[in-house]
Design a protein around this ligand. Structure first.
Ligand code: FES
Length: 123
């Protein structure tokens, strides 16, 4: 079972779990203001280790639009398949939101088309 680490908390999660769900279960307060649909970028994270190479086209397009491609990743578009250490950048506490946003579904939305980080950067 992969381990997700954030700040000083570690959490074992079943492979295939959306990273946004893992971070929420850890009590990080990670944002998901669009409900996990690759629209808001409030689930943005940075990786200290274990960054997946796989990237949804929706994530690549949104990050490119926002000038964030290569800077952050979107936790709602990442499926945990390996150990990783991440830092959520926008949280309920940090942003003063009343709540993190609508609960994302169990499966990645929109229906994912997969690419890679390198391919996305070269598009
Ligand atoms: S982009 Fe909105 S929750 Fe991920």
């Amino acid at each position: 079972m992969p381990t997700v680490r954030s700040h000083d908390t570690t959490h074992d999660v079943p492979a295939g779990t959306r990273l946004v769900h893992a971070l929420e279960a850890m009590g990080t307060g990670v944002g998901h203001r669009c409900g996990g649909k690759a629209r808001c970028t409030t689930c943005r994270v940075t990786f200290a280790s274990g960054e997946p190479d796989a990237m949804t086209v929706a994530e690549a397009d949104k990050l490119r639009d926002q000038g964030l491609l290569g800077e952050v990743r979107l936790a709602c578009q990442i499926v945990v398949e390996q150990d990783m250490e991440v830092t959520p950048l926008m949280t309920v506490e940090g942003e003063g939101w009343p709540d993190p946003g609508p609960t994302p579904t169990d499966d990645v939305e929109p229906e994912p088309t997969w690419t890679t980080r390198d391919a996305a950067r070269n598009d």
